[in-house]
Design a protein around this ligand. Structure first.
Ligand SMILES: C[S@@+](CC[C@H](N)C(=O)[O-])C[C@H]1O[C@@H](n2cnc3c(N)ncnc32)[C@H](O)[C@@H]1O
Length: 226
């Protein structure tokens, strides 16, 4: 078995097949049925790119600028599949996790009982003022929200919470914006909104579709002006 680093806190384990993993910060516990893998006395959790846009981005050679101390605002947390891996990475940081649906929030709260660096917020990400009493300025915003106004939500939150020089990691689901239009046209229009906004000034770092892991999704990393 061989372990090679991919980025801060993320590795590839090769053992015949190859799997993306994070170091498990809550030893012995998995979160969503993922495999736990022992290597030289340490425990890792398999991170399936088909279940996580961020894992798919790493497979597509995106650099996700997370470090141990990163403060993250995660929009569209659901039950915490991806949030749990971000929590493994930012061991000295924090993951403010926004989800507006009460059902997945119940699971997310259970996860937070074991992981003190996740703060659950039952809130609508299109109204970022509603969590301003709790959320501070952050180094990274990660957004995975299936809504027609995905770019607007990203801009509203970036304007309010993203530090100068911080990063937006955005997954755009074309089919939530238009069910029939060519996805390429949708991506172009969403990119225009992001990069030509009067509220936030972003420089595009990388963009790529997430196929074969996620159909009709575009992933974007953009850096805010310093
Ligand atoms: C694709 S799922 C997220 C999966 C999750 N990011 C993961 O990888 O584990 C999208 C989530 O966004 C939530 N959502 C959609 N619109 C939202 C909004 N305006 N505010 C907060 N959450 C929202 C949905 O309830 C859903 O749980």
């Amino acid at each position: 078995m061989k372990l090679s680093p991919v980025s801060q806190g993320v590795y590839k384990i090769q053992n015949g097949t190859s799997a993306l993993v994070t170091y498990n910060s809550v030893k012995g516990k998995n979160v969503y049925g993922e495999k736990l893998i022992e290597f030289h006395g340490d425990e890792y959790r398999e991170w399936n790119p088909k279940r996580s846009k961020v894992a798919a981005m790493l497979m597509k050679k995106f650099k996700i600028p997370l470090v141990k101390s990163s403060k993250v605002l995660y929009l569209g947390a659901s039950t915490g599949t991806t949030v749990s891996h971000i929590s493994d990475i930012v061991t000295e940081g924090i993951v403010y996790s926004v989800e507006f649906s009460p059902r997945p929030m119940r699971e997310l709260i259970k996860l937070c009982e074991m992981r003190s660096n996740i703060i659950p917020l039952l809130a609508d990400a299109s109204n970022p003022s509603s969590y301003s009493a709790i959320v501070e300025n952050v180094d990274i915003i990660i957004q995975d929200i299936a809504q027609p106004n995905q770019a607007e939500i990203a801009l509203l939150n970036s304007d309010k919470y993203l530090k100068p020089g911080g990063y937006l990691v955005l997954s755009i689901k074309a089919r939530s914006i238009d069910t029939v239009e060519n996805p390429k046209k949708i991506y172009k229009s969403e990119m225009n909104k992001l990069l030509n906004s009067s509220s936030c000034c972003f420089e595009l770092v990388k963009k790529s579709e997430l196929a074969p892991y996620h159909k009709d999704h575009l992933a974007i990393v953009a850096k805010a002006e310093s």
